[in-house]
Design a protein around this ligand. Structure first.
Ligand code: ARG
Length: 462
């Protein structure tokens, strides 16, 4: 098949070269964005008198009919036409005749592909924000139902202090809120139009870039045509934002794997979201959470991959940059898959309140509260800490927990102890006592829930 750029060539392309350089197998993902960009471009060409209004209408009509084919899955793409841009241009010429060849006036594939990528990343950024919000709603529901549910809070994966399960869930809510903030911030850099930069230096045609920006709902145009065609910062930024989302997802997934294990038994995942073993009939595996955790690797890989592609590239466009696509497409697919599953997994999991409560009874996670008790009676905290340490040691040696010691034993360590120490050390009271702003006391959690809900409602009105 004749190449659209075949004029200066005397031989046909080696088949291996065709296969090696073609990107159509994956950049067909950009078909709609490519057509959207072309529709705006040709509209502007018509308005500026670069093509006649009638030609512009004809081309737009042709593009719309190709768009329909793409949407119905009827579009036939070919490797001979290398990439999505030339495939669509060829389809257009086949559909409406030689006038289709006027579409590419005043533009290059370099500013065209950059525009497609901007449109794609913008669209997917908003999809990700919505999906993150679904997960936030699920976290919020679990939090609301578990304000008084106590479980051990951990540091170093050692039981540290009892916390409310709502508090634990809301910790993730705020991670995802920051993730959404990062995505939203990035929109101001995504929403700049490269089209009109031509191959690298601008164009000789009297185009109106601002009009195209307006038609495509961009906030402005790149002020430098060389930067416009060689910038992929916004893709790197999206990959970085997605990497951090994966960090958060992997941490939550890891907790779900731990919590659903026989060792913890803090939650039970719904049967619909678990899988079995081909050999061990008793098994119910948290495969989704594990895969979610595991897929973090490929997303980090795509980020480092693109950074490496761009490093040291001379201006302006280089074919290396075609390597920007598969990584971001796979990243988006990976995140969409993960977030769509996580929301229902969180919604349907059973929180085993008794198991969690039991875990805080059989440990020393109220020790800090003994030290705080003594410090509140005037002892310097450092001394209070040392005394409490000795008490923990004494209790362990006598195979007791701190609440099992009697008042006489307490008084051996300090005369400051009174009967009220036993109340202070009950897990509920240990949790309730953490009334500082952002702490795990139920009253503080109520305030946190209000803040969280306000964030989601504020987003609704955006
Ligand atoms: N398929 C190419 C890419 O994705 C489109 C731009 C090609 N430009 C060029 N001058 N060969 O980067």
């Amino acid at each position: 098949m004749a190449k659209l750029w075949g004029g200066r060539f005397t031989k046909s392309t080696n088949k291996l070269v065709d296969a090696y350089t073609a990107s159509i197998s994956y950049d067909q993902e950009l078909a709609k964005e490519d057509i959207e960009g072309s529709l705006a471009h040709v509209q502007m060409l018509g308005e500026c008198g670069i093509v006649t209004e009638e030609e512009a209408k004809k081309i737009q009509h042709g593009l719309r009919s190709i768009l329909k084919k793409v949407e119905n899955g009827e579009a036939q793409f070919s490797t001979d036409m290398e990439d999505i841009h030339m495939n669509i241009e060829k389809m257009l010429i086949d559909e409406i005749g030689p006038v289709g060849g006027k579409l590419h006036t005043g533009r290059s594939r370099n500013d065209q592909v950059a525009t497609d990528m901007h449109l794609y990343v913008r669209k997917k950024t908003s999809v990700l924000i919505d999906l993150l919000e679904d997960v936030q709603y699920a976290l919020l529901e679990q939090a609301k139902a578990n304000i008084e549910t106590i479980l051990p809070g951990y540091t170093h994966l050692q039981r540290a202090q009892p916390v409310s399960f709502a508090h634990h869930m809301l910790a993730y809510f705020w991670m995802f809120e920051r993730d959404k903030g990062r995505l939203r911030d990035s929109v101001k850099r995504i929403n700049i139009l490269p089209l009109g930069a031509g191959a690298l230096a601008g164009t000789t045609f009297p185009i109106n870039r601002r009009r195209v920006a307006e038609l495509l709902d961009f906030d402005g145009v790149y002020p430098n045509s060389m930067d416009a065609v060689s910038d992929r910062d916004f893709v790197v930024e999206a990959l970085a934002d997605c990497s951090l989302i994966m960090v958060h997802l992997s941490r939550l997934s890891e907790e779900m794997v731990l919590w659903s294990s026989q060792e913890f038994q803090f939650i039970e995942l719904d049967d619909a979201f678990c899988t079995g073993s081909s050999i061990m009939p008793q098994k119910k595996n948290p495969d989704v959470s594990e895969l979610l955790r595991g897929k973090t690797g490929r997303v980090f890989g795509h980020l480092i991959g693109l950074l490496t592609v761009l490093k040291g590239l001379p201006l302006a466009y280089n074919k290396d940059m075609q390597e920007d696509k598969e990584g971001i497409f796979d990243t988006i697919k990976t995140l969409e898959g993960a977030l769509k599953l996580l929301a229902p997994i969180l919604e349907t999991m059973t929180v085993k309140k008794d198991r969690m409560r039991h875990a805080v009874e059989k440990d020393y996670s109220n020790a800090t509260d003994i030290a705080d008790y003594l410090a509140k009676k005037g002892l310097p905290f450092r001394e209070a800490h040392a005394i409490t340490g000795k008490m923990v040691l004494y209790a362990i040696e006598n195979k007791k927990y701190l609440l099992d010691l009697d008042l006489a034993e307490y008084k051996q360590f300090s005369p400051l102890f009174e009967k009220d120490i036993f109340d202070a050390l009950l897990p509920e009271n240990v949790m309730r006592a953490r009334e500082s702003e952002g702490g795990t006391a139920p009253h503080q959690i109520e305030m946190q829930l209000k803040l969280a809900e306000a964030c989601l409602h504020q987003n609704d009105s955006l």
